[in-house]
Design a protein around this ligand. Sequence first.
Ligand SMILES: Cc1cc2nc3c(=O)[nH]c(=O)nc-3n(C[C@H](O)[C@H](O)[C@H](O)COP(=O)(O)O)c2cc1C
Length: 364
Amino acid sequence: MEEQPLLTPYQMGRFQLSHRVVLAPLTRCRSYNNVPQPHAALYYSQRTTKGGLLIAEGTGVSETAQGYPRTPGIWTKEHVEAWKPIVDAVHAKGGIFFCQIWHCGRASDYSYQPNGQAPVSSTDKRITLEVGEDGKPLNYPIPRKLAPEEIPQIVNDFRLAARNAIDAGFDGIEVHAASGYLIEQFLKDGVNDRTDKYGGSLENRTRFCLEIIQAIIDEIGADRVGVRLSPYLDLLQCSDSNPNALALYMAKSLSKLNVAYLHPVEPRMVHEDGKLKVPDALLSMRKAFNGTFIVAGGYDREEGNKVIAEGSTDLVAFGRHFLANPDLPKRFELNAPLNKYDWSTFCVPDPVVGYTDYPFLDAS
Ligand SMILES: Cc1cc2nc3c(=O)[nH]c(=O)nc-3n(C[C@H](O)[C@H](O)[C@H](O)COP(=O)(O)O)c2cc1C
């Protein structure tokens, strides 16, 4: 059988990976009261291979961080204790497990906030989207613009969350600075309308993000830190007038900080002559960054092998395919057919259905 680039080993700093198929962070809304549950141990261990990299779902850094129902947290002792058996289950099978930490900022609702207060953001402009991707009506509240003197507290929440993740046994953390959530609400000028040192110039808009990353590095070391960015996506009305400049500035800054990996979400791959192609914009980010590069967004076996073979990335993260195929690396190895994902069960509370009941090859 021909060797596939996706299935070749890779050294990511201190971590020896046996292949390049990464589990993308996937919110599954099954952590009741924000506490990770025992069923997550089965879910993640099903998707673990020896030497495989997994990134856990978006995990809240504080009680103001949540923006969806039943998403896990990592700000209390109870959360840390609840994560431990889940991380242990992944380590028992030889996996390398990073925890994605996030704050949703204005992409939240009164019902997820302590005392029903307004969510916080870089701005007091609300998201005016009226319908979600699933067709359900949305009604985002007017956020409260953070005062400059409140910002160190949020930076500290991220630092403590990273410390807690390491205490829970995770190998590292991924800072979620993408997809329209709090950090991106600072990064992009379509949202950030501040006039203090956290708004205006690129240097000012990236300050909050880079302060968070520096605080985490000081706490757990740069070689345990990854960063997710989406300069070219405009999710939750988070857009920038010059995404190339933002992307390059961040790639260069993160390179200087020596973080373990940079994980940009694709602007969807573009078609050229009927073939999918990694946009040049991402390639310039890759060139400017000296650590490990992970791409995500719309990949399959063929495209994943291709981008690694041509050197435009080191690793490829798979979201929906990995969600529906717990043995995805094995299926790639054998070129076996894939289970189809069922979006209607992505974010339901059920501890089994659409979560741990996708069949393995042997059983299918
Ligand atoms: C159900 C679902 C939940 C997701 N949750 C997260 C999340 O918590 N954090 C994140 O950065 N991305 C999240 N994403 C985005 C994925 O990580 C990934 O970038 C996206 O699905 C594109 O990759 P794919 O085409 O391989 O699915 C989510 C996607 C899906 C479908």
